[in-house]
Design a protein around this ligand. Structure first.
Ligand code: 5CA
Ligand code: ZN
Length: 412
């Protein structure tokens, strides 16, 4: 499917440091050591509603990783999916009386515009679930050959016990898995299942639902296998980072990793699993199902500077859970005003240490708040807290602006 247009990224003269990210599977910061291009898979939207600030925060987080790798001199191969057929999308389409294909296309198009406005670099491969059905079928057949698939009525399930490493991505115990599973698309109580945690890989056709032919009868892909199949096809196994929000740790990333590992024993899906914190609004996780949403497109339509939205997101560490408030947006608008004023002077406080601090912070588990604080300190010194501006660096703006653009995605 069509991706969106990437903004140009200025090429920085000095190479940035080695990039470290927090890996959920080990609970540790790990150094990424890409062999050839750095390979990144980030779970994409289920397009039944517009992009909210939670989505935006997650995609901006992994955009920082993409940018940090580029700053470190790596090429990046970036893949993202679109879950363009799944239960929530079909339910919403039925409820509002629109064709599910139309709904998915409309919301995906809105998402592309939101990503462009926020200067999120586009994936090289932007792949829908529907167009990946042949890949899903192949992967299910490999799982069948490994004896990891069984049938319940017209549905096919993946046996989690077939994966000796099951549980390694989340590190969760069985009790926690069982508690969370039903809220995240699982069906632990379905009669006929071998293990309550087994997940659907092929859902047989139901009345009124779309279905595609397959060797297992008409139906559609399960959710987790969609991401395994797309990632393996476009990145291969043991790619550098799989990313998504922390609500995907279990079951989604656990199961996707399980499918890949059982299909190719001894190989892991990703080397690191990175997760962004949840953005809340009005006291609860922002979610399409709860409806407590702040949409990127609504702010864009009211002429809010998308760079101010991006700055609000950057001021929170990607791994923290936080709550969106409008006050943070107005504060970011004011901050950008002062930044633009400082940069319009051309000269300013010494820029070298700021460049270093920004690149070091982002390479250190995408620490955007520390990077932003370094810029704020430079702006304060340049504008002069007490009217005594420090303008000792004649080329400060010319040095810093491309770094803000390349590393933070902020074009002023
Ligand atoms: N299509 C699947 C992934 S394959 C999906 O989870 N779609 S989604 O539209 O529900 O979410 C898209 C991305 O936004 C996921 O990475 C999800 O973890 C993240 N996300 C959803 N809600 C929030 C939130 N409130 N805060 C931060 N990230 C969120
Ligand atoms: Zn996914």
């Amino acid at each position: 499917m069509r991706s969106w247009s990437s903004p140009d990224v200025p090429v920085l003269p000095a190479g940035g440091p080695v990039v470290r990210v927090h890996d959920t599977a080990t609970g540790e910061l790990v150094e990424t050591r890409p062999e050839g291009p750095a390979r990144l898979y980030v779970c994409g939207i289920t397009p039944y509603d517009a992009t909210h600030m939670g989505h935006a925060a997650t995609y901006v987080a992994f955009d920082l990783l993409n940018r940090a790798w580029r700053s470190a001199g790596h090429e990046v191969r970036y893949v993202q999916n679109v879950t363009d057929v799944d239960d929530p999308l079909l339910e919403r389409a039925t409820r509002v009386g629109v064709d599910w294909v139309e709904l998915a296309e409309r919301e995906t198009e809105l998402f592309r515009h939101d990503m462009e406005a926020l200067r999120v670099l586009a994936p090289d491969h932007y792949i829908g679930a529907v167009e990946s059905i042949p890949l899903v079928i192949d992967l299910i057949q490999r799982l069948q050959e490994a004896g990891a698939v069984y049938q319940v009525e017209t549905d096919l399930y993946f046996s989690v016990t077939a994966d000796p490493a099951f549980g390694d991505v989340s590190g969760w115990d069985r009790e926690t898995m069982l508690r969370v599973f039903p809220d995240r698309g699982g069906d632990p109580d379905r009669p006929g299942k071998k293990d309550p945690l087994d997940c659907i890989v092929w859902r047989g056709e139901r009345d009124g639902e779309p279905a595609w032919d397959s060797p297992f009868g008409p139906g559609r892909p399960g959710w987790h296998i969609e991401c395994s199949a797309i990632a393996l096809e476009h990145l291969g196994s043991a790619f550098d980072v799989q990313g998504g929000g922390s609500d995907l740790v279990f079951p989604h990333h656990e199961m996707s990793a399980g499918h890949a590992q059982v299909a190719s024993p001894g190989e892991r899906l990703a080397r690191a699993y990175a997760h962004a914190g949840m953005v809340a609004y009005d006291g609860e996780k922002m979610s399409k199902s709860k409806g407590n949403l702040v949409f990127v497109s609504a702010l864009r339509n009211s002429d809010v500077d998308p760079m101010a939205i991006r700055l609000v997101l950057l001021r929170h560490h990607y791994r923290s859970d936080w709550e969106w408030t409008d006050a943070q947006l107005w504060d970011a608008v004011d901050t950008l005003d002062s930044w633009r004023k400082a940069f319009s002077l051309g000269a300013g406080a010494p820029s070298g240490p700021v460049v270093e601090a920004v690149l070091a912070a982002l390479a250190d588990d995408l620490d955007a708040p520390t990077a932003v604080a370094a810029v704020e300190a430079w702006v304060a010194a340049t504008l002069g807290d007490h009217g005594l501006a420090d303008t000792s660096d004649r080329d400060a703006a010319a040095t810093l602006l491309p770094v803000l653009d390349a590393a933070l995605g902020l074009a002023l």
